[in-house]
Design a protein around this ligand. Structure first.
Ligand SMILES: Cc1ncc(COP(=O)(O)O)c(C=O)c1O
Length: 419
């Protein structure tokens, strides 16, 4: 392969959308771990976002703003669809949405027929939880650190069908993958049908060894549904390689799509046995995942903007994005880990986390810490006081600069000294 071909196939062609040819050739030749520390590269990326000067935004975990090129494209879609109105809906919406699904399937690594576009992780996972044919006495396993609304939906199934939910609790800093696998294994009984596993715990940023959990569950004939709300387009993986039956994610988090975008993956063989939540008179084929996706008339311009977010994501490259996000998190956590009165709720091993981390100050309420950080230090985070965690969640993004994280470190060390 000559250099030109290498640059094209290794993502060079996409970086060229963002950089002048000379810079582009330099950056594409760098290893992602080295590029992660190259502030001139990331300053260009930062320039693609519109940032409020009032505070340092370290709360990208809830909603990651769209980059300006994506936002502008989104607004153009809104205008265009309003212009074509019913004509667009009757003639173009279905093939266009199918094309967007094809592109998403490439990132997910699955067949398009195993994927549908939803409005968010909640819709995706609740479609599975409520779509199961639960019988009284069936069991499902979740963890205390799972997202609360999904746990609530499992409790609704328990009230409605008499199924039983079992909760495990994840250690903050696991010694090994086996420790986590064993936790889930211990909760499985002959009545267990489904395990819900977070790919990344939203309150701590811990990444779970999903493939190993799935292998263990399958050895006991139990299906696995993965909550990938925070994982998709955050770090690199392909859904089918995890082996799970079901996977849900939000695209308005790490793919940088407009609000109200998500995906649901269902392994092909599992589609027929699921009950749809909404009826669709056209849907006579029980093996078609689209039977789970009747959302009525909906904001189709939002779906179209997914393509623009994918283009922006690809222009940077998923592996470069992952390396930068992990670098930023380690940049500040390495400085505060071990400080007196500071508690980190994120694993020590770098591979067990990426952008998200959580830090607490002994004796200080996390909501109060978040308030102080915003009011005194102009740093926006969110306090977390559940699942055994008492700290603020800190979520940098591609626009975050190390010097902003230095301000966070200075503030934490000041609060720690006062504790
Ligand atoms: C782990 C996890 N699962 C599910 C969700 C729900 O995501 P959404 O509100 O986009 O449906 C969230 C939201 O933050 C989350 O963190």
């Amino acid at each position: 392969m000559n250099k030109r071909e290498f640059l094209r196939t290794a993502g060079g062609a996409s970086l060229s959308l963002l950089f002048a040819p000379r810079d582009w050739a330099k950056y594409v030749a760098m290893r992602p771990e080295h590029l992660a520390e190259d502030e001139s590269f990331w300053l260009t990326i930062r320039g693609k976002y519109r940032l409020k000067p009032d505070y340092i935004n370290l709360e990208s975990g809830y909603y990651s703003m769209q980059a300006q090129p994506v936002l502008e494209a989104f607004i153009a879609h809104v205008r265009e669809i309003n212009y074509e109105a019913s004509y667009y809906l009757r003639t173009k919406q279905v093939p266009n949405k199918a094309a967007v699904r094809d592109e998403l399937a490439k990132i997910a690594g699955c067949a398009p027929e195993e994927l549908c576009i939803t409005r968010n992780t909640t819709e995706s996972l609740d479609t599975i939880i409520a779509g199961y044919d639960w019988k009284a006495g069936d069991e499902a396993v979740q963890c205390e650190q799972d997202y609360g609304h999904m746990l609530a939906h499992f409790r609704l199934q328990a009230r409605r069908h008499g199924m039983i939910n079992k909760l495990v609790s994840l250690p903050v800093d696991p010694k090994s993958d086996d420790e986590i696998v064993q936790l889930y294994a211990n909760a499985i009984t002959p009545r267990t049908r489904l395990l819900m596993v977070p790919h990344m715990v939203n309150i701590t940023g811990q990444i779970l060894p999903v493939k190993k959990i799935v292998d263990m569950a399958h050895s006991k004939r139990v299906d696995v549904m993965v909550d990938g709300a925070h994982a998709f387009a955050h770090f690199e993986y392909k859904i089918p390689n995890l082996g799970c039956e079901y996977y849900g994610a939000s695209l308005h988090k790490w793919l940088g799509c407009p609000l109200g975008t998500g995906i649901l993956y269902v392994r092909r063989d599992k589609i027929p046995s699921l009950w749809p939540m909404y009826g669709d008179w056209r849907m006579t084929d029980d093996t078609d995942i689209m039977k789970l996706n009747h959302t009525g008339t909906h904001p189709v311009h939002t779906d179209l903007a997914i393509t623009n977010a994918i283009a922006f994501h690809n222009s940077i490259g998923g592996h470069r994005k992952e390396a930068r996000l992990r670098y930023l998190q380690n940049y500040w956590t390495n400085k505060v880990r071990g400080m007196p009165n500071v508690v980190l709720y994120t694993p020590t091993e770098p591979a067990r986390s990426c952008a998200i981390a959580n830090v607490g100050i002994k004796g200080m309420n996390p909501t109060e810490l978040a308030k102080q950080l915003l009011e005194r230090d102009k740093i926006f985070t969110v306090g977390v006081d559940n699942g055994g965690v008492n700290g603020v969640r800190v979520t940098p993004h591609l626009f975050t600069q190390p010097k902003e994280l230095d301000k966070l470190v200075a503030a934490i060390s000041r609060y720690a000294k006062l504790a």
